[in-house]
Design a protein around this ligand. Structure first.
Ligand code: MN
Length: 131
């Protein structure tokens, strides 16, 4: 059993919220290579539905999304008792001063910068899954 598997032997399930197709293809490839099961949605609105229905083990949330952005989706998920305990890791292209504070204030457990480090992503997420 490797570090990404749970006690049941099931793969940890990641809900990936990403509107850019090339980014989501690459991230899905990396996560599946590292032993995760991946569901992809492209909007914050769809993320709310998928999180409630499918109860992922972790949500990887792009911040810049059309319509509802990733921070707003995070606030709603963290206020909903059905989804509040699911760790949310933000992915952001513009890690500017003040962004980390806004991301943590919205309820994310952490964030990773774009472009993602394809060699460290799985290991980074495994730390949030252990909590
Ligand atoms: Mn985006």
């Amino acid at each position: 059993m490797d570090g990404n598997e749970q006690e049941t032997g099931a793969k940890a399930r990641i809900l990936l919220v990403e509107d850019n197709h090339m980014n989501s293809r690459l991230t899905e490839f990396v996560l599946e290579r590292d032993g995760y099961a991946v569901e992809i949605v492209t909007t914050g609105e769809d993320a709310l539905v998928a999180a409630r229905e499918n109860k992922p083990d972790l949500i990887l949330m792009d911040i810049q999304l059309p319509g509802m952005d990733g921070l707003e989706a995070t606030r709603i998920l963290k206020q909903d008792p059905q989804t509040a305990s699911v760790p949310i890791v933000a992915i952001t292209a513009h890690a500017m001063r003040g962004d980390e504070e806004r991301i943590i204030a919205a309820g994310c457990e952490g964030y990773i910068p774009k472009p993602i480090n394809t060699w460290k992503l799985g290991e980074t997420l495994s730390r949030y899954l252990q909590d």
